[in-house]
Every structure is written in C-alpha cells, then in structure tokens.
Ligand binder design. Structure first.
Ligand SMILES: [Zn+2]
Length: 66
C-alpha cells in the first residue's frame, strides 16, 4: 500500500498514512484535531486523474465548503 501525505484543512497539521489505493479521504481523520477529509498531498504516488481531493459520500462537516 502506498503512503499518502495529508494536510488537515482545519489545523494545518501534515501527517502520513498508509492507505489502500482505493481508500478515500473521508475515512481519514486528523490525529491532532480529529477533523475529517484532509487534503491529500500525493507525496508518493502521483495521479493525473485524481488530484482533486473531495468527499464523495454524505455530508462532511469540515470540507463542505462552497
Ligand atoms: Zn487537524
């Protein structure tokens, strides 16, 4: 599994997470403040089709921004 680097939208904390390539950011929680849906940084794997980080299901309290 690749290691992804995330940056929390809320507090700005950067952290790395070993995650299945099919995983989504909605399952990722900031270890510092507990906010969900951090921004995926793609430090290891680069994808031309999935650069934009988004929540795909339900309502996200932290990234439901217009
Ligand atoms: Zn945070």
């Amino acid at each position: 599994m690749p290691i992804y680097e995330y940056k929390c939208r809320k507090c700005g904390t950067k952290f790395e997470l070993l995650q299945n390539i099919s995983g989504t950011n909605k399952d990722v929680i900031c270890p510092k403040c507990g906010a969900s849906c951090p921004v995926k940084q793609f430090s290891v794997f680069a994808s031309s089709s999935d650069v934009k980080t988004e929540c795909t299901e339900g309502v996200c309290p932290t990234c439901n921004l217009s």
